[in-house]
Design a binder for this molecule. Structure first.
Ligand code: BTN
Length: 330
């Protein structure tokens, strides 16, 4: 109902539509229309009301509301069902619950802010207002050991979105942090993390039941809102571009880009994904220090193999393979 009112206002944005016309078209009373308008205003829509002329939509809400994301969404699978919350513990936790109950592939969970955002390796993930905190449920036919491939698909989708929408050179630091730097700073300024991805799955022996890809992107965020220890290596799109960005546009585009890579994977396997990943890797060819469990390996990152593992050549000329862990660029 609310969506229909919104669509009517949207079609004639900045013009006035009378309460009478809305009430006839939607089939509810003028008082009911008024109530929906008030609710839309509370959601952040700017709507002018004039006694004689009716209602006029001035600007849409900045919240990541399902009806904004769904409008002209170009995907076939991702975002066909959207759950949105002003606040949640962790979008991944709810997505896991929904996935266990059998919800369809492509369902997404979005929150404006998370109180218990989860990062990789058991870390906390700071999730203030203005970011994109979203989880995608997928049901790919893969082996449980291949789940990291889904993370790569998501990282590529995020990096492509940033490249296409803002012409920034987004890179992927192994395994799946997306990094950017300002287009106006000099070449020596470091690339910083703008997005992190946490993939969790439900599996039995050789079968994956579901994969939940949790994506956190720092969109319109003042870096000072992050804990001090993260500020050195973390940035936001707002900071690097020097302006606010359209979060709804970003989300829609990102879902489309991720879906493109996912469909490519389904059709042609991991090889073309790996090729794309290597092209925009921030890690390959660089001196790195990798921490994987108790192992600490220093050397040059020379390759990513077909399992997604990082191959490091040490000073002694030995090749070491890292499947999971953290990498620092030296
Ligand atoms: C990392 O440590 O780099 C991964 C961070 C992943 C954060 C996202 S935000 C949406 C989703 N919900 C969570 O609790 N975590 C992921």
């Amino acid at each position: 109902m609310r969506e229909r009112i919104l669509n009517l206002l949207y079609q004639r944005k900045k013009e006035y539509i009378s309460g009478e016309e809305l009430s006839q078209k939607v089939g509810i009373s003028r008082t009911a229309i008024w109530k929906h308008i008030q609710a839309l205003k509370r959601e952040g829509y700017k709507i002018n009301s004039q006694k004689r002329s009716g209602y006029s939509l001035i600007s849409i809400s900045d919240l990541l509301l399902p009806y904004e994301i769904e409008r002209d969404l170009k995907t076939k699978i991702l975002g066909k069902k959207i759950y949105h919350f002003k606040e949640i513990g962790s979008t991944n936790d709810l997505a896991i619950e929904l996935a266990q109950k059998g919800i369809e592939e492509g369902t997404i969970v979005i929150a404006e802010t998370q109180t218990k955002g989860k990062g990789r390796l058991g870390r906390e993930w700071s999730s203030p207002l203005g970011g994109l905190w979203l989880s995608i449920i997928l049901r790919p036919e893969i082996l449980p050991t291949q789940a990291p491939r889904m993370t790569v698909i998501a990282a590529l989708g995020v990096a492509k979105t940033i490249r296409k929408l803002y012409f920034l050179k987004a890179l992927i630091k192994w395994p799946n942090d997306v990094l950017i730097r300002s287009p106006i700073t000099d070449h020596r300024s470091p690339f910083k993390k703008v997005c992190g991805i946490l993939t969790e799955m439900g599996a039995e022996q050789d079968t994956v039941n579901y994969v939940v890809i949790g994506i956190g992107v720092n969109l319109n965020i003042d870096i000072k809102k992050f804990p001090v220890e993260f500020r050195k290596n973390t940035t936001s799109l707002e900071k690097e571009l020097g302006r606010k960005i359209d979060r709804v546009e970003f989300t829609k585009r990102m879902l489309k880009e991720i879906e493109n890579f996912y469909l490519l994977f389904k059709k042609r396997g991991f090889a073309p994904i790996l090729k794309e990943w290597k092209k925009i890797s921030a890690t390959l060819g660089k001196g790195v220090k990798a921490v994987s469990g108790r192992r600490i390996i220093e050397g040059k990152a020379i390759d990513i193999d077909s399992d997604g593992a990082l191959i490091i050549e040490t000073k002694e000329g030995k090749q070491e393979k890292i499947l999971a862990g953290d990498v620092t660029l030296l």
